[in-house]
Design a protein around this ligand. Sequence first.
Ligand SMILES: Nc1ncnc2c1ncn2[C@@H]1O[C@H](COP(=O)(O)OP(=O)(O)OP(=O)(O)O)[C@@H](O)[C@H]1O
Ligand SMILES: [Mg+2]
Length: 369
Amino acid sequence: MSEFTVELRDVVKRFPTPEGGEVFAVNHVTLQIRNGEFFSMLGSSGCGKTTSLRMVAGFEWPTEGEVYIEGRAMGHTPPFKRPVNTVFQNYALFQHMTVYQNVAFGLEMEGAGKQEIARRVGHALEMVQMTGMERRYPKQMSGGQQQRIALARAIVKTPNVLLLDEPLGALDLKLRKEMQLELKALQQKLGITFVYVTHDQEEALTMSDRIAVMSQGKVMQMGTPVEIYERPNCKFVADFIGTSNFMEGGVKSLENGRASVFVPILNAEVTGYAAENVSVGDEVAISIRPEKIRLADKAGLTQNCFEGTVVTTSYIGSDTRLHVDINGLTLKVWEQNKISSLDPAAYYTVGQKVWLTLFPENTLVLPKD
Ligand SMILES: Nc1ncnc2c1ncn2[C@@H]1O[C@H](COP(=O)(O)OP(=O)(O)OP(=O)(O)O)[C@@H](O)[C@H]1O
Ligand SMILES: [Mg+2]
């Protein structure tokens, strides 16, 4: 068996438009998903997530390239002959059927025996903590409960791969967060591969073993949540995931993965961690996250240390969030409130002179998109 459960090799999907043109919904995507992995496709609306998932499920076929499942080229294999199951965004339960009938439906289609169906439906409902709801109809349940039934219906056939398209999209924030943890626990318990589509970055970071960040039909970066957040490979990813400060400049020198960049607005050189495809002479974006900047009321390191003025402060409990101006460049800086104090002098105030240190390992030199 292949090392990868799902593989897309140079997959393209073009759709004709009514205007007579074409859209590249998926544009040369190559990715490999390992057995038992929780893999997410993350990106904003229209970036090609659903189309990618539908090609794995078999509801769409690639215009070019190939989808492999468990090492087998899928070609035009129809959905029901693929070892995958899909949970769609609008959970599409059968409204006129009870919970039991909804979950049992797929097994009945396969011609499973009554006793086996009862055993497997019981087990699936137990997995999603819905035991006792067998006789309810969908409209007699909350959104979250219906979502669990949709999940039970997908796992009852014990697929090797579960494809989930924004399965928690319809739920309120609190329930969504609960379900995220439950889904992750369920995936670990079942030990099956999840391919999960979401446009919610926090959701992707919380649940995934690895994430593919997509934009306009392309995969911009693939990696673990930590890699994606700490080492984005381009400006787009740094901007899309979390909050970043950016400044522009030109690379003067490169040594041991460290780049020295002249930043005109600071009229100074900034040293940072160079992304892979950055070369001397490139115009680059420097990215640094607000929580990584060190604030002090005295000058610190000589390198990457700049004097600025506090422009705004907002105390939000766990953090104080400031805007600090350096030479007309405004940086967001987040200070964790690690010490409890009522003394105003414990906090930075508007108009105060401060020193900012941009530690080179947190200062990322990235290709502009
Ligand atoms: N059947 C179709 N015919 C024509 N264009 C399509 C078709 N399906 C999708 N598209 C286009 O392909 C692109 C990708 O669509 P897709 O549904 O994969 O995006 P998505 O990332 O799932 O977005 P969302 O987060 O809004 O669900 C969009 O520009 C969309 O308009
Ligand atoms: Mg979609």
